[in-house]
Ligand binder design. Structure first.
Ligand SMILES: [Ca+2]
Ligand SMILES: [Ca+2]
Length: 277
C-alpha cells in the first residue's frame, strides 16, 4: 500500500520545500518500513485491519471484529499538526476523531457527506489563479522526481524501498540528473536540455499514479484514492483542489491514467502502461 504517502503530512509543500523537509519526509518512510519489519502477531486484533473510524474488538469467542470507534477514545493530538479540517468546515482534533465521528453517523446524510478535506485546522484557502494553475503540475512533477531520487539513495544503502524494476528506472534518472548538475550550465544550455529534463519526469508521473491506483487497481483514481496525496497538499498548495478537479477532464469523478499523464504535461506518445509496474 502507498503507506509512505500518509507521512507526507505537513512536509509536502514544494513551494517551501527544502532539503530539511525532504529529509524528514524520507525519515518517516524509513521509520515506518522498520516498524513493519519488527511487528509480531500476538493478539488476534494485531493483524486484523479495520477501516478508518472503526477499531478491532474481540468477541466472546476471542474472534476479532470491527466496531465504530468512539471519538472520545481517540488518542489526543500531539500538536496542531494533527488537526484536520472536515468537509463540514469543522476542525477536528485528529483524523481519528473525524473518522470516528463519521462512523457513528453511518446511515445519515451528514455522515455520508463528511470527509477529510485537508490536514491542519480549517482555514481560508485563497483561490487559484490561472497562471498559478499552469505552474502547479510542473512544480509537482519536479517534487515527485526528487522524492524518487531520495528513495533511490536510501534504497542503495538499504534495499526495500523500491522494487528492482523501480530501482533500475530511477537509477537512470539519478544518473542523468547528476550529469545535468555536473556542468555549470547557462540558462541557454538548460533550455537546450529541456528535452532531457522532460524525460526525467515521465517515470515519476507514472510511478505516482501506480502508487495511488490500488483500491482497486483499475487505471482510474477515485476521490478516495487521490486523498493520500490531496489531503496534505490542500493547505500548503492552494491550487491543489482546482488542479485535481480540472484533471478530471470528462467530469466523471475519476482521474483516468490518460487524464493524469496529460495533466502533468506528459505527451500521449510517452504514456506507457508498462511503467506502472
Ligand atoms: Ca483505482
Ligand atoms: Ca475522468
Amino acid at each position: 500500500s502507498p503507506r509512505w504517502l500518509v507521512f507526507i503530512s505537513v512536509h509536502l509543500s514544494f513551494e517551501t520545500s527544502s532539503s530539511n523537509t525532504m529529509e524528514m519526509f524520507i525519515l518517516d518512510i524509513i521509520k515506518e518500513a522498520n516498524k513493519d519489519r519488527v511487528k509480531e502477531a500476538s493478539n488476534p486484533c494485531d493483524n486484523f485491519r479495520c477501516k478508518r473510524g472503526k477499531t478491532c474488538k474481540l468477541d466472546e469467542d476471542n474472534k476479532p471484529g470491527c466496531v465504530c470507534q468512539q471519538p472520545s477514545e481517540c488518542p489526543p493530538s500531539v500538536n496542531e499538526f494533527d488537526h484536520v479540517c472536515g468537509t463540514d468546515n469543522k476542525t477536528y482534533d485528529t483524523s481519528c476523531e473525524l473518522f470516528a465521528t463519521k462512523c457513528n453517523l453511518e446511515g445519515t446524510k451528514k455522515g455520508h457527506r463528511l470527509h477529510l478535506d485537508y490536514t491542519g485546522s480549517c482555514k481560508v484557502i485563497p483561490s487559484c489563479e490561472d497562471s498559478e494553475l499552469v505552474q502547479f503540475p510542473l512544480r509537482m512533477r519536479d517534487w515527485l522526481k526528487n522524492v524518487l531520487l531520495q528513495l533511490y539513495e536510501h534504497d542503495v544503502v538499504t534495499p526495500g524501498f523500491l522494487t528492482p524494476k523501480q530501482h533500475f528506472r530511477v537509477k537512470k534518472i539519478f544518473e542523468s540528473e547528476r550529469r545535468l548538475h555536473a556542468g555549470d550550465h547557462s540558462v541557454e544550455l538548460l533550455a537546450q536540455d529541456f528535452e532531457k529534463n522532460y524525460n526525467m519526469y515521465i517515470y515519476p508521473v507514472h510511478w505516482q499514479f501506480a502508487q495511488l491506483d490500488q483500491h482497486p487497481s483499475d487505471r482510474f483514481l477515485s476521490h478516495s484514492e487521490l486523498a493520500p496525496l490531496r489531503v496534505p497538499l490542500v493547505p500548503m498548495e492552494h491550487c491543489t483542489s482546482r488542479f485535481f478537479q480540472e484533471c478530471d477532464a470528462d467530469k466523471d469523478k475519476q482521474v483516468s491514467f490518460k487524464e493524469w499523464t496529460s495533466c502533468f504535461g506528459i505527451k500521449n506518445e510517452d504514456m506507457d502502461a508498462n511503467l506502472l509496474f
